[in-house]
Design a protein around this ligand. Structure first.
Ligand SMILES: C[S@@+](CC[C@H](N)C(=O)[O-])C[C@H]1O[C@@H](n2cnc3c(N)ncnc32)[C@H](O)[C@@H]1O
Ligand code: SF4
Ligand code: SF4
Length: 388
């Protein structure tokens, strides 16, 4: 059957929007390395987003043209050298993995769905002997590979091989302050991690720094951010998300609302100083949040279960990848989207609603067992997009 002029126009629009988004994502990963100045396009988009009615229109366009998972998390192994106290990953001393043909098949399926970014996590993914094969497969299919790592085994040899993929690959380091590193990870290897980060910088590997905020490291947050800036990076920050299986840890590690507010204000100040706010605001306006999880993401665990966010409760599994294709799982996600994004009553009059959407869905679900509540760490109106 011949495509109608309307469907041809739609395909053209979709392809142009996909290319623009893909370029922007690559750019933002490069920005992890060299602090950028916001582009004119972002400044215009952020300005347009301030016009009443525009955010809803932008989001409708975004969903019409680009409704597919933008990011896939693949948990490729469970082994790890560290024992981070907050870690949500189910670890197996002997190691447990999704088998290789399955992982390659998932990468293929992701490419067919037009996914932009495949994140490789574990355990510690650099301990997987086939890591580079997965990275190569992801890049060969036109996607961007992001390796999350604690940095311990990320030596010069591995970094050199990753640098060979250029801007199609980025590394996100689990990044913490030396004063708390051992208390959190149980190991005395902070210097080794920093050495890996410096080597990545010297080799030109695109890298980001991921801070998990706990009660232990918040006193050092400013110092951590300052150090990241000297490395040319605006760090990404997430609060420690207490897991339902470990309620005792929450009292010890979870931060409170005023601390979260202060941390976000600090990040907003840094973003503004480095001309990054318009980009963060524009991205949050388009997607309705600063975070891809629960919006444009599927996280595939070692067990084959697929979650809308890697940190959320296992009860929120959409399906098993052994029983459903990724496309089918995405349809299940879409069917639940309205539940995930129900507007909490406490948020209905908030002027930040368009960019915040009620806050972190995982934190909300882990706290209240439902989605139609305000983020448990929100103290009221906050116009602070910090993550994208
Ligand atoms: C699970 S690790 C896996 C990859 C690698 N081993 C690493 O540490 O980056 C991925 C990221 O999740 C973060 N993380 C782990 N448990 C968390 C939790 N309960 N809440 C928030 N972030 C957490 C870690 O700090 C790390 O940056
Ligand atoms: S290094 Fe990563 S996988 Fe290992 S324990 Fe820490 S957070 Fe978990
Ligand atoms: S800032 Fe707070 S009140 Fe406003 S939308 Fe977000 S969670 Fe709701």
């Amino acid at each position: 059957m011949k495509p109608s002029p309307h469907s041809r126009l739609h395909a053209l629009g979709r392809s142009a929007a996909w290319k623009w988004l893909h370029r922007s994502i690559k750019q933002s990963l490069r920005y992890g390395k060299t602090i950028p100045t916001d582009t004119l396009a972002y400044r215009v988009l952020a300005g347009v987003g301030e016009v009443p009615g525009m955010p809803a229109l932008e989001r409708a366009l975004y969903r019409l043209l680009l409704d597919y998972p933008k990011k896939i998390d693949l948990f490729i192994n469970t082994e790890c050298q560290l024992r981070c106290r907050y870690c949500f990953v189910e670890r197996h001393p002997a190691g447990k993995r999704l088998d290789e043909p399955m992982l390659h098949d998932l990468i293929e399926q992701a490419a067919r769905l037009q996914v932009h970014v495949v994140q490789l996590l574990g355990g510690e993914p650099t301990l997987h002997p086939r890591l580079l094969d997965f990275v190569e497969a992801i890049v060969r299919r036109g996607m961007i590979a992001v390796v999350f790592s604690n940095g311990v085994a990320l030596d010069e040899n591995l970094l050199k091989r990753l640098s060979g993929f250029g801007e199609d690959v980025a590394v996100f380091y689990n990044y913490d302050h030396p004063a708390v590193f051992k208390a959190i990870t149980g190991a005395d290897c902070h210097a080794k991690v920093m050495q890996s980060i410096h080597t990545a910088k010297a080799l030109g590997v695109h890298f980001g720094l991921f801070i998990t905020l706990t009660k232990l490291n918040t006193p050092y947050l400013e110092a951590l951010v300052e150090q990241a800036l000297t490395l040319g990076v605006i760090p990404t920050m997430e609060r420690y998300l207490p897991q339902l299986e470990h309620p005792d840890l929450a009292a010890e590690l979870a931060i409170d609302a005023p601390t979260w507010k202060e941390a976000r204000a600090l990040m907003a100040k840094v973003c503004a100083k480095h001309h990054r706010l318009p980009a963060a605001k524009a991205a949050a306006t388009f997607t309705g949040s600063g975070c891809p999880d629960y919006h444009d993401n599927l996280s595939i665990l070692h067990s084959g279960e697929v979650l809308p966010c890697p940190f959320t409760s296992r009860s929120e599994s959409l399906a098993s990848i052994f029983e459903h294709s990724l496309a089918e799982v995405w349809d299940l996600f879409r069917a639940r989207r309205a539940t995930y994004h129900a507007i909490p009553a406490e948020c209905s009059a908030c002027t930040s609603l368009e960019r915040c959407g009620g806050g972190c869905k995982t934190a909300t679900f882990l706290t209240y067992g439902r989605y139609d509540r305000r983020d448990p760490l929100c103290t009221g109106e906050e116009d602070i997009p910090f993550k994208w």
